[in-house]
Design a protein around this ligand. Structure first.
Ligand SMILES: *Cc1c(COP(=O)(O)O)cnc(C)c1O
Length: 433
């Protein structure tokens, strides 16, 4: 039996309708921005493998760091024990995030990083004897993970209808999604903020926290908002003492052109959640960063004030070693230049693509290294045009994975300007057909 047949016999894949899905593509190697199949065909990975990869596949510096760490210490329980890689990575991440964030809690994926943020904010108010504060606010289209707490916060992302009866109540508001030459953006923002303010006037004193994917809602279709919106949001929410959680699981580690979206927006959330890119895409690791004000509320004589949360692989030394190697690469001048180059190529190519395919696409938008546009179709999910585009790109050695009618490019930072321009040429040719 070949790999596809053996896969079919034993495996159930994430987010897949197995009755209609095409067979998964077996990948044998990764090298730089490319994935390589059994026939040695190369595919340019324009999704960074579900948004986790930063510096290219099988990067030798990260592979070496993991190998060396594995020979020294592969894992140790993180309650009552600690180790250098965990400490060093926390120090280094805290050093490049807003100064109000002073403590870092490790978990192992984006959903758990959000669960930790939820539990931190909920219990923070409980520990302060402000037990009225139980409400949570999120955004329509927001996606925060696949566990029950994070799914409740994501109830308007469109995927979780089957589980809705089990969710705790969450209030949601419109995300003022915008694009290049959007003349309506100020009105959308004003409307959202007015509705939020109205809600907070009534329920602000009962609200524990608000969670948002800053600058870009990933899963719902690379919906982008302005930095100004995040600033106004912060001003309003602060007046009601509500804690602000940034879910930077996708936006973190350079995707927006800055290391973190909060730095780009010059805002100071109380908590940020990071995962995906934290190890450069090598190993599952995540972190929830918070302020001393939050951390200190969990101090006390008894365990009842402590945070009852911990995963067996929390702060896994291999993940932390990968994280350190990846962060070192990310901060190098050459990588920072690459972030700029990618942003420049997008800024130049996206409007040209629109001009060339005006009857087929709309709403071009960009934030740092991420570019996106919508196909003109009325079908949101499983539209034949986006499926055909994905298939035709794959035949040409280009991996894209449209989210509904949204096509996006989210390359690893090692992609060259020529490879990126080549990507736009392929899209332009296919869309103009
Ligand atoms: C992917 C994602 C998550 C969930 O992360 P997992 O590691 O897949 O659990 C949470 N929030 C955002 C914004 C994400 O993009």
């Amino acid at each position: 039996m070949n790999l596809k047949q053996r896969d079919k016999q034993s495996l159930w894949h994430p987010y897949t309708q197995h009755q209609t899905a095409v067979d998964p593509l077996p990948i044998i190697n990764g090298n730089g921005a490319y994935l390589i199949d059994e026939q040695a065909k190369h595919y340019l990975d324009m999704t960074s493998s579900w948004w986790v990869n930063l510096h290219g596949h099988s990067h030798p510096a990260i592979a070496k760091a993991i190998y060396e760490q594995a020979l020294q210490l592969e894992h140790v329980i993180f309650a009552n024990f600690t180790h250098e890689p965990a400490i060093q990575l926390a120090e280094q991440i805290l050093a490049v995030t807003p100064s109000n964030l002073t403590k870092l809690f490790y978990s192992d994926n984006g959903s758990t990083a959000v669960e930790v943020a939820l539990k931190m904010t909920y219990q923070y108010w409980r520990n302060r004897d402000e037990t009225k504060r139980q409400r949570f606010i999120a955004f329509n289209g927001g996606y925060h993970g696949d566990t029950f707490g994070s799914m409740s916060l994501s109830k308007k992302c469109g995927f979780f209808t089957a589980f809705e009866p089990l969710f705790f109540p969450v209030e949601t508001f419109n995300y003022p999604a915008t694009w290049i030459n959007d003349h309506n953006v100020l009105a959308k923002e004003a409307h959202c903020l007015a509705e939020l303010e109205e809600y907070l006037e009534q329920y602000g004193a009962e609200t524990a926290a608000i969670i948002i994917e800053p600058l870009i809602q990933g899963v719902s279709g690379m919906s982008m908002c302005r930095e100004k919106f995040l600033q106004h949001l912060e001003d309003i929410v602060r007046q009601y003492g509500v804690l602000i959680i940034y879910d930077e699981v996708m936006t973190g580690f350079g995707r927006t052109g800055e290391l973190f979206a909060c730095l780009k927006a010059q805002t100071k959330p109380d908590i940020i959640c990071v995962a995906k890119g934290i190890t450069g895409g090598f190993l599952p690791l995540a972190a929830t960063l918070c302020s001393d004000a939050i951390y200190n509320e969990f101090l006390g004589d008894g365990f009842d004030r402590a945070l009852a949360h911990g995963h067996s692989y929390a702060a896994n030394p291999l993940g932390c070693a990968a994280g350190l190697a990846s962060l070192k690469l990310l901060l190098e001048d050459t990588t920072q230049l690459q972030l700029q180059t990618i942003a420049e190529v997008h800024a130049e190519q996206l409007p040209q693509l629109l001009q060339h395919c005006e009857t087929k696409i709309e709403n071009i938008r960009q934030c740092g290294t991420i570019a996106a546009f919508d196909l003109k179709t009325n079908i949101q999910y499983g539209s034949p045009i986006s499926q055909k585009l994905q298939h035709d790109c794959q035949e040409r050695g280009l991996l894209i994975r449209p989210l509904g009618k949204t096509v996006y490019l989210l390359p690893p930072y090692c992609v060259s300007a020529d490879e990126l321009i080549g990507t736009y040429n392929i899209l332009s040719n296919l869309l103009a057909l």
